[in-house]
Design a protein around this ligand. Structure first.
Ligand SMILES: NC(=O)c1ccc[n+]([C@@H]2O[C@H](COP(=O)([O-])OP(=O)(O)OC[C@H]3O[C@@H](n4cnc5c(N)ncnc54)[C@H](OP(=O)(O)O)[C@@H]3O)[C@@H](O)[C@H]2O)c1
Length: 424
């Protein structure tokens, strides 16, 4: 890739609910980074309004116009920048040509996709081209799946340093989660439901635990990821109740792919799973049971066209909409990852995030991933190809998240846990 491109980073999709927050955080961060960056998308008037809303230092931000369905405009875009940071989703609907353009031109790329069947298609179609061009392509750089992926990465590094071995089994538990979700997330859910009805192979694929692993490495000890899981389970390790975490089928596969791409640093027998922890005793059970019932009603409504259309029309946020400022900024989340070592010694990492996970925290995480690709390339161990956040950016991204994205990762004692959950 030519190092003499006009921009270091182009934020693509800057007018969306997440894109606007990414633009704001990039503008703030760039006061100290001093990179050349631009915002881009398909609507010039909306992009100008985003530019005008940015802090003074970025008021005259350059604007790049293009459309995800117009390949020539995407080729022109990727030729101008070293990194594309995309929030244009649903990615399975809009994202393919942009990834293709980046892979061909050697332009690094990160996004906040969570659509694993689309990621698989992109890897299979463009891996060779990305290796040739040197483009580092890193999907899933939002709340899905950076906290899960980097939490395990940190836990295993510490286990190796402290005990000289790794955890053969890691359980992730969401212990607190408050916030909202945006129109694009709703659209991705609707799009996935519609695609799934048309093509049942997508659901079968999504259940495959190692679906994102490289070819020839798609087996291991983990059982299939259930796409509509409704179990309430007692977790003896935490002495409390759990319900399924709706993002786990995505995060699980990213974490397992990281293990494979890191040459099985976590071991070939490594197992990983996620759930929401609702607490001990009858109250924990009631929370888990009502949460599961709510999920069942929602997913059933999403699976049927008439109720899905009603939800789209009257309930779900529209494109560009998301949680209000107070929810975005005052929400928090906490996850705990419990690692079991061979001899039953255990370790725990606790991750706390500031800002609602769906928009605010996601946008801050994505900014750090884009800056990491733009600034830390010389220090990365990997070259062109499709990567996970942990396998491409590992420790580099971990320290950025702690310093700039409101995330704290701590190794904690077994006794320090577990606060309590709020499942909204
Ligand atoms: N990984 C995570 O944790 C996470 C968290 C939140 C969201 N997400 C995902 O992020 C994506 C975006 O979410 P969002 O709520 O920000 O969505 P949104 O508000 O609907 O924004 C979508 C953006 O895409 C642009 N766009 C749409 N069609 C385009 C086209 N043909 N060419 C160029 N740009 C186009 C829109 O531009 P206009 O303004 O011109 O329409 C807008 O900027 C979704 O896929 C969502 O699932 C992931």
């Amino acid at each position: 890739m030519s190092s003499h491109r006009e921009f270091d980073v182009v934020l693509w999709g800057a007018t969306g609910a997440v894109g606007r927050r990414v633009a704001h955080h990039l503008a703030t961060r760039n006061k100290t980074c001093g990179l050349q960056w631009a915002i881009g998308g398909r609507n010039e008037a909306k992009l100008k309004a985003v530019g005008a809303s940015l802090p003074e230092s970025a008021k005259n931000i350059p604007i790049v116009i293009g459309d995800n369905f117009d390949r020539a405009s995407l080729d022109a875009l990727v030729a101008r920048t070293r990194v594309v940071c995309s929030t244009v989703g649903p990615f399975a609907k809009f994202g393919s040509e942009l990834v293709a353009a980046c892979a061909t031109s050697g332009t690094h790329y990160c996004d906040i996709s969570g659509e694993v069947h689309w990621m698989r298609r992109m890897i299979d179609t463009h891996q060779a081209e990305a290796e040739r061009s040197g483009a580092r392509i890193v999907p899933a750089c939002g709340f899905d799946s950076v906290p899960s992926d980097l939490g395990v990465f940190l836990l295993q590094s510490r286990a190796q340093a402290q005990y000289g071995k790794v955890c053969h089994h890691v359980r992730m538990r969401v212990t607190t989660m408050r916030g909202g979700f945006s129109g694009g997330t709703a659209a991705s859910g609707v799009y996935a439901a519609e695609q799934g009805r048309r093509d049942p192979s997508i659901s079968r694929f999504n259940a495959e635990p190692y679906a994102l692993n490289p070819k020839g490495e798609r087996s291991g000890p983990d059982r299939p990821d259930k796409m509509m899981p409704f179990e309430v389970k007692f977790d003896p390790h935490l002495n409390g109740w759990t319900m399924p975490f709706f993002m786990s089928p995505i995060n699980n596969k990213i974490v397992r792919r990281s293990n494979a791409l890191l040459n099985y640093r976590y071991g070939k027998e490594f197992r990983y799973e996620e759930a929401i922890f609702t607490g001990p005793g009858p109250f924990g059970w009631i929370l888990a049971t009502t949460g599961v019932l709510g999920a069942r009603v929602f997913l059933t409504a999403m699976a049927m066209a008439p109720t899905r259309n009603l939800l789209k029309r009257y309930v779900l946020p529209k494109s560009g909409e998301g949680p209000g400022r107070e929810t975005r900024e005052n929400s928090t989340y906490e996850i705990v990852q419990l690692g079991i070592l061979d001899d039953s010694t255990s370790m725990r990492v606790r991750l706390r995030g500031k800002g609602d996970p769906g928009v605010e925290s996601t946008s801050r995480i994505l900014v750090e991933a884009a800056l990491c690709l733009a600034e830390d390339g010389d220090r990365m161990a990997v070259s062109g190809g499709f990567w996970t956040p942990a396998s491409a950016m590992g420790d580099l991204l971990l320290s950025r998240l702690g310093d700039h994205a409101g995330l704290t990762f701590e190794i904690v004692n077994d006794e320090t846990i577990i606060s309590r959950t709020s499942g909204n």
